[in-house]
Structure formats: structure tokens, C-alpha cells
Design a protein around this ligand. Structure first.
Ligand code: HEM
Length: 162
């Protein structure tokens, strides 16, 4: 396997596969609360980029639900990080923010959707990944839509599965 490109060394704590321990918690003012499981993979091929896929499933039926994939880049010489994301819902997005130690905080920088995507439309996402002291990874996602202000949609923790 190629060695990790030094340009993304500061993200090495994300690399590998992660699986939710307990079901993640989904919420939003307009929908009933729900639970889900999720598998994350962060890989690299030696480029100055991390590749990722996030696959979510219904907590009980295991039916595939939300999916995202994309790439992570760091602005050289800075702690500025960009996630380039495609979602199965028809949304594509660039989120940018800061890498501080083993924590990434992100905000939507650019967003587009299919011409026929249903309402309400996502307007803004803010997201945080954090590696906790106990080795678990935590993700929190908030969003604003065309009819709701920025509110939490997702909270989940993962353990390393490889
Ligand atoms: C609903 C966006 C991730 C499960 C929604 C809605 C939006 C949305 C806009 C409709 C809210 C409304 O009707 O007011 C997003 C975005 C995500 C994301 C932008 C990622 C950044 C996930 C994940 C799951 C999930 C990982 C896990 C299974 C659901 C469910 C609903 C929902 C169950 C309610 C039923 C439905 O509208 O399909 N989401 N979502 N979402 N989301 Fe997400």
C-alpha cells in the first residue's frame, strides 16, 4: 500500500473503517425522531487527499438509507480543511472549516441539488467530527432548510472496525 501523503498526515486519525456502536440519533423539528446505524470508511491511495464513504442503515431493518461519498483536502501549510461531498439524496456540497488536533468543524461553502429534488431544500449544513479520548469517533450534523433554521439533525458515535 502507498504511504500516506504528508499533505494529509494531520488527518491520519480518521483513516480506516468505523461502525456506530449504539444507534445514531436523528432529529429535526419537522420529522419524528429516528435511529440509524452507519459505517464510515476513510482511505487513501497516496494522493494528497483522503477518500471517504458514509453508509447509513435503518437501525432495525438494516435497510440502506442515507449515503455520502467524497474527498477531503487540506490547504497546504494551514489547518483549513475541505470536504467535497456527494449525497444519494441529490445534494452535492463543499464543506470547509478547521482541523484542530483530532477535531474537524465544517460549514457549507457551496451547495447544489438536482433540479427535481423535493422540498424542503437544505440551505446550510454544519458538521463536526471529533476523536474522543476513549478512541471513539463522534459526528454531529446540523442543517438549515428552506423552512427551518439551523438545528441538529444527527448525532452518532463510532468505534473502529478495522
Ligand atoms: C429527513 C437532509 C443525513 C435520515 C431529512 C430532510 C432533510 C435531510 C432536508 C427533510 C427534513 C424535513 O422534511 O423538514 C439530510 C442531510 C444529511 C442527512 C443534508 C447529511 C448531511 C441523514 C442520515 C440519515 C438520515 C445519515 C440516517 C438514516 C433521515 C430521515 C428523515 C430525514 C429518516 C425523515 C424522513 C425523510 O424525510 O426521509 N434529511 N439528511 N438523514 N433524514 Fe436526513
Amino acid at each position: 500500500a502507498p504511504s500516506l501523503n504528508p499533505a494529509v498526515l494531520a488527518l491520519d486519525w480518521l483513516l480506516g473503517s468505523w461502525e456506530s456502536d449504539e444507534p445514531g440519533e436523528g432529529s429535526f423539528p419537522t420529522i419524528p425522531p429516528f435511529r440509524y446505524s452507519e459505517m464510515l470508511q476513510f482511505t487513501h491511495v497516496g494522493q494528497p487527499v483522503i477518500n471517504f464513504t458514509f453508509n447509513a442503515f435503518h437501525a432495525e431493518s438494516k435497510k440502506p438509507m442515507h449515503r455520502e461519498c467524497g474527498f477531503i483536502r487540506l490547504q497546504p501549510g494551514t489547518n483549513r480543511v475541505a470536504f467535497i461531498i456527494a449525497q444519494n439524496s441529490g445534494l452535492v456540497e463543499i464543506e470547509e472549516g478547521e482541523l484542530t488536533g483530532q477535531q474537524v468543524t465544517l460549514q457549507t461553502h457551496a451547495l447544489a441539488r438536482t433540479s427535481f429534488s423535493k422540498e424542503p431544500h437544505v440551505q446550510q449544513i454544519s458538521r463536526e467530527f471529533r476523536l474522543r479520548g476513549d478512541g471513539r469517533l463522534e459526528q454531529t450534523v446540523s442543517m438549515a432548510t428552506s423552512n427551518q433554521p439551523l438545528m441538529q439533525h444527527l448525532h452518532i458515535t463510532y468505534h473502529r472496525s478495522s
